[in-house]
Design a protein around this ligand. Sequence first.
Ligand SMILES: [Zn+2]
Length: 481
Amino acid sequence: MTQLDEIRGYVAANTAKTEEIARKVWEYAELPFEETKSAELFKKELVAEGFEIEDNLAGIPTAFLAKWSNGSGKPVFGLLAEYDALWGLSQKASVPHKDPVAEGAPGHGCGHNLLGAGCFSAALAVRDYMKAHDMDGTVIFFGCPAEEGAGSKQFIAREGYFDDVDFCYTWHPSTYNEVGNTGSVAIMGANFIFDGIASHAGGAPHLGRSALDAAELMNIGVQYLREHMIDQARVHYAYSNSGGTAPNVVQDHTVIKYEVRAPKVSQMKELFERVVHIAHGAAEMTETKMRYEITMAFSDYIANAALAECISDCLLEAGAPKWSEADYELAREVLATYNETTQTAIRSTLAQKFDTADVDALLEKPLHGGVFPYERVKNPIYMSGSTDVGDVACATPTVMLNTATQCLGNVGHSWQNTCFSGSEIGMKGMMLAAEVMALACVRTAADPELIAKAKAELVARNGGRYVCPLPDDVEPPVGRY
Ligand SMILES: [Zn+2]
């Protein structure tokens, strides 16, 4: 029996339980920092499996860790679980047309129900393998809420929870089976608050000082800034308080939310400062007062290359999930729900990953049936998303695996994604992720040379010391994000 076969046996023994957890968390569909039922479910199941819980990490009620140790307890390694849902993406599982379970309710449109349950399954398989081989080590399941909101891993890392962790593996639901070499960018979010003077907009406009004008001028300033920033940077905004709905009252209070992204933390912070300058300018122009509060920040993520090569080999060994005719049928039907523009974009994305000549055939059976192995590159390309996994990857060697849980070309954060996250397709991708992560964990834990190489790589990247991108006084915004 190969090591993979043995791991597969342990994973298979818990498949029913894992899928049940994934379905329950999918049903709970709890928003960032509100994942009470989901976190309780994981804790209950992990305690029953002999794991020891530490609750309320970094003062976040839905953040916890569950650990299991054997022998000397070294090395120490982690699996990063998530379980938060997204706003307004409720959708019935496996139903290929828009049909919410509850109109406007949250849904698992990023598949974090699968993410958490897949890590649970991997943690159990690792424990079983370590028991069977009397292998030393500690496996930690990190319960990390609010990835879709303000994040939690940067707060957990700031508290030093990863300081004595030798390495971490995690995964994310995807359209491909791969260990990617692209990075995700750093991000900082803040509320800009303008205060002016209210007055009768018709009778005494000269006495009013408009906070709404200030916010609008800030936006105009930022539009001009876009011409003078690096290509990979992004600046987004949303009004969270536009000052009321009465045009005949000069608005005296507005709150506008900004998010600034750039590949590296240093570039992101520099760009954020330029946005702050513009906000000061807008306040000056309108004789209003401006203050801002930073609400969130993530570091950029780059896969640890040494670990990426290890888990990529595990993925190649395991191969893609075995898709059924029913899986292909659902994938085709969901794909057909996208409009023409999106379909065209999907085709061109697929043409970049596969041979252009193969795209038509792929769309006939639109589930990834192969594996893209990891390719080490000198200068990774940054994609424009962000994740708090970046903060763990700056604190300890970390890699995120992807497995296919949705149709090829599927769009992220969509009702289509919620549909797949509760389907057989989602479950198959999740079980593959569990096998591959468990295999990578036991191989890495048994290879001190690989751990040393992974650590040396991290030291070369950031000096081996995690610096949280948030100012020290920013607390997790539990209940107010
Ligand atoms: Zn996600």
